[in-house]
Ligand binder design. Structure first.
Ligand code: SF4
Ligand code: SF4
Length: 191
């Protein structure tokens, strides 16, 4: 089965998008490769009531993820070939097939709707078309650095227990007492 998740910097070429009508929700389907989506701190508030927030180690670096599915099938909100919580979908879902990383803006070239010739212009000369821009992109580098500082401060395996495994990644729950608002949202999301 073809996987999605091959990200290219928008500075390397222009991209066009043809809508989702010809796709079976590949980006919502764990069997296509997306199950855990990395979070920045501002995402916690928007996702914790509808999705589990978990932690995991990427090499030795602690990261937080929203669990979109079980790694084998579609997101539980993917119903009748569409997102049933469209306005409340995650900030990363709202941006996809765009994905920022520090100061770079990337596009998933494996999204079946992405191409370099026809459709709605998604990016031109290294700039995102306003129609695809969301507030998540504002100062993204700063927000990601602040997020990583937060993760670094709690990066100790003693703080966590393993509660499952998705696509080969151990997913973790914070087990120490805490008053931190982000960790409380993480714990609430698991209830
Ligand atoms: S964004 Fe791309 S992968 Fe997701 S449903 Fe639309 S066409 Fe499919
Ligand atoms: S929240 Fe909606 S857009 Fe996001 S993975 Fe689930 S069904 Fe797809």
């Amino acid at each position: 089965m073809d996987k999605i998740g091959s990200f290219i910097n928008i500075k390397t070429q222009d991209f066009y998008f043809n809508g989702c009508s010809g796709c079976d929700g590949d980006c919502c389907n764990g069997a296509k490769g997306f199950a855990l989506s990395p979070l920045i701190l501002e995402d916690f508030e928007e996702v914790y009531k509808n999705f589990a927030i978990v932690f995991g180690f990427q090499d030795e670096n602690l990261r937080a993820y929203v669990v979109l599915n079980d790694g084998k099938s579609h997101c539980r909100y993917y119903i009748d070939n569409k997102c049933s919580i469209y306005e409340q979908r995650t900030p990363a879902c709202k941006l996809y097939p765009i994905s920022p990383y520090f100061e770079h803006i990337l596009v998933d070239s494996e999204c079946p709707s992405i191409n370099d010739k026809s459709g709605i212009c998604l990016s031109h000369n290294g700039k995102i078309n306003d129609a695809f821009y969301t507030k998540r992109l504002d100062n993204f580098k700063d927000k990601l650095e602040k997020t990583y500082m937060f993760y670094d401060a709690i990066n100790d395996k003693e703080n966590f227990e393993v509660i499952g495994n998705i696509l080969g990644i151990d997913i973790l729950k914070y087990i120490k007492n805490t008053d931190d608002k982000y960790l409380k949202m993480h714990l609430d999301s698991l209830n």
